[in-house]
Design a protein around this ligand. Structure first.
Ligand code: ADP
Ligand code: MG
Length: 273
């Protein structure tokens, strides 16, 4: 069963439509299929369209042409509340205009399930508590979101997404602000959701080694086009990485697991001064 099919989508931001800008950006005929229970990472240089693609898959932005199917159903026919039971999205940056507490934000993950007057029941509250436990934020429960560190905020929004209990999890750079311990803990938790519970994950990463260690499949985006997509071991090779990231690398194998390892080569002698 496919959880996500992206079928030949194209997209240009409305502000750029019909203009010939030097910085013109479009997603061009993106094709992608994800089987349920798969961890896919999207990597690519700044501005290559990673966040835009995730926003299209989550229906925050609509494609200009082409289709997105969620569990083999065209998502333009799925009402928002139903789609929110299928897809949880953690964006790259969070609007923090209102001073909600951590617990209130995590509980918002239950909103697609609320009936009638919209009060959370005991089950919703237990699910929110469980999500806070898994992301190690229980001790922050009554703190205000605007008084937390970047890494703590990131874990709060991940907890909200977990509380949503959706079979598809979209994560835009979920580890950027996390310290090493929390990176490993959170990514291991996400990996377990994939292998044990059959959740589908699409995550954007900057760190190629993190992407390589945790994902089954990798999609490399470059200037709005798919440069390569497939199993991690076949996509993370010297040719692909050097072409797209325009820097020399050595690719070998992680010393403990079998994933490809990417090492940067600093050229101090020639490049400094
Ligand atoms: P990435 O996540 O790969 O760094 P993005 O998807 O955020 O890249 O952005 C891709 C391109 O689209 C960039 O050139 C960016 O400046 C542009 N862009 C992003 N958001 C908007 C917007 N709301 N309106 C116009 N252009 C945008
Ligand atoms: Mg981005």
């Amino acid at each position: 069963m496919y959880s996500i099919n992206v079928e030949n989508i194209t997209f240009t931001y409305p502000a750029h439509k019909g203009k010939k800008l030097s910085s013109h950006f479009s997603l061009d005929k993106i094709l992608l299929s994800l089987t349920a229970g798969t961890f896919l990472s999207i990597v690519g240089p700044n501005g290559s369209g990673k966040s835009t693609l995730l926003k299209i898959i989550s229906k925050i932005l609509l494609p200009d042409s082409g289709k997105v199917k969620i569990f083999e159903k065209d998502y333009s026919t799925i009402p928002r509340k139903d789609l929110a039971k299928k897809i949880a999205f953690v964006p790259q940056t969070q609007p923090l205009a209102f001073p909600f507490t951590v617990y209130e934000i995590v509980l918002m993950g239950r909103s697609p399930y609320l009936q009638g007057f919209g009060f959370e029941n005991i089950e919703d509250k237990n699910i929110a508590q469980d999500a806070m436990k898994k992301t190690d934020i229980q001790h922050l429960s009554s703190r205000y979101i605007n008084e937390l560190s970047g890494g703590e905020i990131q874990r709060v929004f991940l907890a909200r997404a977990l509380a949503q209990q959706a079979p598809i999890l979209l994560l835009d750079e979920p580890n950027t602000h996390l310290d090493l311990q929390h990176q490993i803990e959170i990514l291991t938790l996400i990996k377990k959701l994939v292998t044990n519970d059959g959740i589908s994950v699409v995550a954007v990463f900057h760190d190629l080694n993190i992407a390589s260690m945790f994902s089954d499949e990798i999609l490399i985006l470059n200037f709005g086009k798919v440069h390569a997509v497939g199993k991690t071991a076949s996509v993370v090779n010297k040719k692909n990485i050097e072409e797209v990231f325009r820097t020399d690398v050595i690719i070998d194998t992680h010393p403990v697991i079998t994933s490809p390892r990417v090492t940067l080569i600093p050229d101090f002698k020639n490049k400094i001064n």
